[in-house]
Design a protein around this ligand. Structure first.
Ligand code: FES
Ligand SMILES: [Fe+2]
Length: 438
């Protein structure tokens, strides 16, 4: 049973909150690279309740500064990008990417006041289409050698989407293997072709059984959760008969991401990043172990549901996520169309701005969620004692965090433990850049 205090401890991510301090020990996605494309690479961003401005200076260096000007508080996201930094339009103070004040043009000639002013500045780094920020104190940790970070640009694609709810309930949907049999259920089987938003209509590897049938007919998965150096591994089995079992292996990447297979050749890493306590962005990196990805096509597909400039979904609470009771009666479990992203959006947002976990009744199928909450609370405790929590990595440790392995296939009922690793090994064997997976 989660108490009110524990719920607050896990969900709130302001700079003074326990989970906020924990999340600030890690790199967090803050924007897509494409958001800084165009003639004026300056963007207002909000991360864990902090208002910031992200920009590239004239040399192309990334800067991430507190958004309020230290002079009298004007909004620096309206700044002028010139003379080696970002200049406040109010009285012309100029800041470089490190937050150093370079000029105060209204102050007396020869004034050294500038030297005493420093704007809050944070490290920002780009990886395969996502700009990550480090809002913590001291040196940021190293990036692990995860597939999504070491894959060539040609084999990765990044996107994001906005959610009107706390980050934790969104993350918890990603580590809930049972929901796919219900939330994403379709009453009719379709072609086994993989399509975006229809992952659960695609064929599982090594089988002609449509995933739709499989999820519908085997709704009681056996879920095992194992601790791993990167967080948790989830092994979900749906035994089909005496010889065969459906297997799905996914991962929780501490603190706020998960890794799931999307198709035989592609995996997704998805972060749920607090914008503030009641909204979050999902950021996803798609990594292909086979062919190069068609970025334009992937982007086009996603823009059918999400609209720019804020990547907000067209179906959301304001239009009941597209809910149609007749469709629910005849075609889909939710009545919210055939795109599973909409179903998940509803599952995250309908719990309210911050899910009240004091009222839950968790069952056996919530095993992974229970394990994750324990890990989260334990990590907060370690941080408070001055110990280093999991996944705060130096360079040597980061090189050992690879993969992680994931898969979705029909395998043998006996020996599935070796089988799934083999499927993953073969898949990454096709990619010259891939490392062997943890
Ligand atoms: S408020 Fe920014 S320079 Fe005055
Ligand atoms: Fe889902």
């Amino acid at each position: 049973m989660i108490s009110r205090e524990e719920n607050a401890r896990m969900t709130l991510t302001g700079a003074a909150a326990p989970a906020g301090k924990l999340m600030r020990l890690y790199w967090q996605p803050v924007a897509l690279t494409e958001e800084l494309a165009g003639p004026r690479p300056v963007k207002a961003v909000r991360l864990m309740g902090q208002d910031l401005v992200l920009f590239r200076d004239e040399q192309g260096r990334l800067g991430l500064l507190d958004r309020d000007c230290p002079h009298r508080g004007a909004d620096l996201s309206y700044g002028r990008r010139e003379h080696g930094g970002l200049r406040c339009p109010f009285h012309g103070w100029l800041f470089d990417v490190e937050g150093k004040c370079l000029q105060m043009p209204a102050e007396p000639e020869g004034s050294r006041y500038c030297d005493r002013i420093r704007q809050g500045a944070y490290p920002a780094r780009e990886r395969n289409g996502i700009i990550f920020a480090y809002l913590g104190a001291g040196e940021p940790p190293a990036f692990p050698d995860l597939d999504c970070f070491i894959a060539p640009d040609s084999h990765s694609f990044a996107f994001k989407g906005h959610m009107e709810c706390n980050w934790l309930q969104a993350l918890e949907v990603g580590i809930d293997p049972a929901h796919a049999s219900f939330l994403h259920r379709f009453e009719e089987d379709e072609s086994t072709e993989t399509g975006y938003g229809k992952q659960f209509r695609a064929a599982s590897i090594d089988s002609n059984i449509p995933m739709t049938t499989l999820m519908r007919e085997y709704p009681r998965p056996i879920i095992e959760v194992e601790p791993s150096p990167f967080g948790l591994r989830l092994l979900t089995r749906r035994p089909l008969n005496e010889r065969q079992t459906h297997l799905r292996v996914t991962n929780l990447l501490f603190p706020n991401a998960f890794v799931i297979p999307m198709s035989a050749e592609m995996t997704i890493v998805q972060w749920h990043v607090p914008v503030d306590d009641t909204t979050n962005y999902w950021y996803a990196m798609f990594t292909s172990f086979g062919r190069a990805v068609d970025k334009d096509e992937m982007r086009r597909q996603r823009l059918e549901l999400y609209q720019l400039p804020d990547y907000t979904p067209r179906l959301n609470r304001s239009n009941n996520w597209g809910y149609d009771p007749e469709e629910q009666r005849t075609k889909t479990y939710t009545g919210m169309g055939f795109d599973i992203n909409v179903h998940d959006q509803w599952a995250c947002e309908s719990l309210g701005p911050i899910a009240d976990r004091t009222r839950e009744h968790l069952g056996t199928s919530d095993k992974a969620i229970i394990a994750y909450r324990r890990l989260l609370l334990r990590s907060i405790e370690q941080m408070e004692k001055g110990e280093t929590p999991i996944m705060v990595l130096d360079r040597a440790a980061a090189a050992g965090i690879t993969g992680p392995a994931s898969m979705d296939a029909i395998g043998p009922a006996e020996g599935w433990e070796a089988y799934w690793k083999d499927v993953d090994r073969k898949r990454r064997g096709n990619a010259s850049w891939a490392k062997s997976a943890a």
